[in-house]
Write a protein that binds this ligand. Structure first.
Ligand SMILES: [Zn+2]
Ligand SMILES: [Zn+2]
Length: 229
C-alpha cells in the first residue's frame, strides 16, 4: 500500500514510513519522516529574543532582545510556532501555489493549540496583496485559520500602490499607514479589545508592525502569532 505525504506530496512506498503528525486522525494529514524532521517547534530560552524568539547573537545577549526587535522598538510580543526551515519554505511555496486546503490542514492542531492560549483575543489576519489574491484566488493566511477553525476579523487591507497616494475618500473610513489600512467599519470589533495579529511567516517583523500601526490607539493590547519565524 502506498500513500502521499500531506506536506511534500511525495509518494511514500509504505504506510509504515508515514508518521501521524500532531496526532492527526486522517491519513491524508500524515507526513513523511523527512518533512517531520523539518518541522521544529520554536521554544524560547535565554538564548532567544524576549519579543520574537529569534536566536540571539552574542552582542544582543545582554539586552535579551534581537536587533530587529530593537530597531522596530518592539511594541508587542510575537509568538512564533515553528522554525522557518528549508522544509517549511518548500511547504509554503507548494501551499501558496496549490492553494490546497488539505495542505493548510497539516498545521491545524498546532494553530488550534497556539490560538487556544489567546482565546480572549480578537484574531486579525495580515491581508494578502490584492493582485496576488486575484491570481491565487485564496488567501494563504486566512485559509490556515479557516482550516484550524479559528474565527477572525478581516479588518485590514493591503493597499495597492495607486491607492497609497492619499485617496481622500479612503482616508475617511480607513486609518492607513501607506501600505496597510484598517477599516473603521470594524472599529467595534477591535476597540478596547485584545488583538492578535496573525501571519503565516514572520521574517523581519515589519509587515506585522505596519499592520499593528493601523490599529494602535484603538486596541487594549496587541500580540502577534506566526506559523513560522
Ligand atoms: Zn513529506
Ligand atoms: Zn526579536
Amino acid at each position: 500500500m502506498s500513500a502521499k505525504c500531506a506536506m511534500c506530496g511525495k509518494q511514500v512506498a509504505s504506510g509504515l514510513t508515514l508518521r501521524k503528525f500532531f496526532d492527526f486522525r486522517n491519513r491524508e494529514e500524515e507526513i513523511c519522516d523527512e518533512c517531520k524532521g523539518g518541522v521544529v517547534k520554536l521554544v524560547g530560552s535565554s538564548a532567544n529574543c524576549n519579543f520574537c524568539l529569534a536566536s540571539l547573537l552574542d552582542i544582543e545577549k545582554d539586552d535579551q532582545i534581537c536587533l530587529q526587535c530593537k530597531r522596530r522598538k518592539a511594541l508587542f510580543v510575537h509568538h512564533p510556532i515553528f522554525i522557518y526551515t528549508e522544509k517549511l519554505k518548500d511547504f509554503f511555496e507548494r501551499y501558496k501555489f496549490l492553494g490546497d486546503a488539505k495542505l493548510a490542514r497539516v498545521f491545524r492542531d498546532a494553530l488550534r493549540e497556539r490560538f487556544g492560549e489567546f482565546d480572549d483575543f480578537v484574531v486579525v489576519p495580515v491581508p494578502s496583496d490584492y493582485n496576488r489574491l486575484r491570481q491565487r484566488r485564496f488567501s494563504p493566511v486566512e485559509l490556515l485559520l479557516q482550516e484550524a477553525g479559528v474565527r477572525y476579523v478581516n479588518c485590514l487591507q493591503k493597499l495597492n500602490s495607486s491607492a497609497k497616494q492619499s485617496d481622500k475618500s479612503l482616508d475617511e473610513r480607513w486609518k492607513n499607514d501607506g501600505e496597510y489600512a484598517f477599516s473603521q467599519d470594524y472599529i467595534d470589533d477591535i476597540k478596547d479589545k485584545k488583538v492578535v495579529i496573525f501571519d503565516d511567516v514572520m521574517t523581519t517583523g515589519s509587515t506585522i508592525d505596519k499592520c499593528a500601526q493601523t490599529m494602535i490607539g484603538y486596541v487594549k493590547e496587541m500580540v502577534s502569532i506566526s506559523l513560522a519565524r
